[in-house]
Design a protein. Structure first.
Length: 129
């Protein structure tokens, strides 16, 4: 049995399979999920689990070399924008429609129960060396 880190077996295994430059989308419960990508759906009830909890847990597990969010998050969800900027220096912004299109190239999608708008981010994996 794992002592720490992500306990969800599907998510832990999917993260372990990510490589350099692979992209991972962490999204709210309303984000359309593209076909073809591996999806780990953690959504249970509205708000559970929260986007912040999932983001922080995943960031403890992976190296991130770049991140992209929807520019609409700045006005529509300032607390999420602050969270993203606190954890992801150099965060890039694109229009939400473009983020949705870019999500089609994500190797892994993690759906949260988040019920606030634009709580979505694409993380590009880096390497620890």
């Amino acid at each position: 049995m794992k002592r720490s880190g992500i306990l969800n077996a599907a998510l832990s295994g999917a993260i372990a399979r990510l490589g350099h430059t692979d992209e991972l989308l962490i999204c709210d419960s309303g984000m359309p999920l593209p076909q073809g990508a591996e999806v780990v759906d953690l959504a249970f009830l509205p708000g559970i689990p929260a986007f912040a909890d999932v983001l922080e847990g995943i960031l403890r597990e992976i190296v991130v070399e770049g991140a992209t969010a929807a520019e609409e998050v700045r006005a529509a969800n300032p607390s999420c924008d602050a969270l993203l900027n606190a954890h992801l220096p150099g965060l890039a912004y694109v229009p939400h429609e473009q983020l949705k299109r870019r999500s089609h190239t994500s190797k892994l999608i993690v759906r949260t129960g988040e019920a606030h708008p634009y709580a979505n981010v694409i993380l590009r994996c880096g390497v620890p060396f």
